[in-house]
Design a protein around this ligand. Sequence first.
Ligand code: 7TS
Length: 411
Amino acid sequence: MKQAVSFFDVWKIRQDFPILSENVGGKPLVYFDNAASSQVPKVVIERISKYLSQEHANIHRGVHYLSQKATNSYEAARERVKRFINARDPSECIFVRGCTEAINLVAYSFGKAFIQEGDEILITQMEHHANLVPWQVVAEERKAKLKIIPMNENGELILEEYESLLSERTKIIAITHVSNALGTINPIKEMIKIAHKFNIPVCVDGAQAVPHLKVDVQDLDADFYAFSGHKVFAPTGIGVLYGKKEWLEKMPPYQTGGGMIRRVTFEKTKYAAIPEKFEAGTPPIMPAIGLGAAIDYLDSIDFNAACEYEKELLEYATKSLCEIEGVRIIGNAREKASVISFVIDGIHPHDIGTILDKYGIAIRAGHHCAQPVMDFYNVPATARVSLAFYNTKEEIDKLVEAVKKTIEIFS
Ligand code: 7TS
């Protein structure tokens, strides 16, 4: 039987994102910097505006109407996050400022409770600094050892080496689901299964995965899963740390103060239950509500069709860029999300980025906060095109023309 192919109407989707109609320097904006921050749909902008104009108040503490309304909206956003990643319970979804804060929370709090001198922490060679530096700091503080799962030339983790690095000294493994510098999709589920054979918990950096893949934390069996709202069509200032209840309940607070207590005396403080235990102070109420609206938006479109469409775009862009003489793609994993890092001999990536900007094309150039990845490939930086489901083949054609012009200018 022939399978139904769902149709993805990118031109209709583009209408949902007001910024995509903007001009940059007289040219229509071509936005290819989605791995840094994705754009925000109108429904999210409107939801934030409604919150600010009709519901704004501090949460959890007030008996008055507005405070209760804001509290309900904030907690409804948590419920949406729970659904989005299929957590067992909303209390396992902690609102934080972003993915960086989520990982710092785990590193600090888990580290304090469970990592001792001589223990080992395992990370990979392709981590964003957000999933590297916090573990390095914890390792230093606790006199533990940081060990690295290596990758091959294609930018794929070497799984045989991974297994051989595990020991009874390994206390936690931190792995990115999708590499922001290479686009590699790591076999997280398989890696978690292996870690669990040794009873080792896994903290997944999902910052680059949630915009491109359907994530199910229960199916993955992840112990911790971190992501940022601003990469998944929500505003900045909000992120999520998912953690299994059994871990979060055993971990000490990351920050302390108001909102996270049950009872305070000068002698002793008793902490609130999760999630409040990890949400000291006034949380990012408005951005959390924005994230809830972004999740509603993703529910309203055919996300599976969007993912399929993005795959097509990735293939088209990869093929088109490879056909340009002098362009070399960094990261050729078999399983990739829509990130393409490339270099051109004799042209610094910053120059590529600056010239493309003159054509209205926004890409990123630099080390992408993954300096060990740059060291591995022996390049100082790359130019990076990162796609979202609102991008088009026409935009990729413009990119190809502009890259060719860049090469002409420098030859
Ligand atoms: N982890 C990964 C894999 C990332 O790509 C990023 C941000 C982070 C963590 C940190 O997220 P934040 O929201 O807390 O900053 N990555 C990028 C990038 O690739 N370009 O700009 C930011």
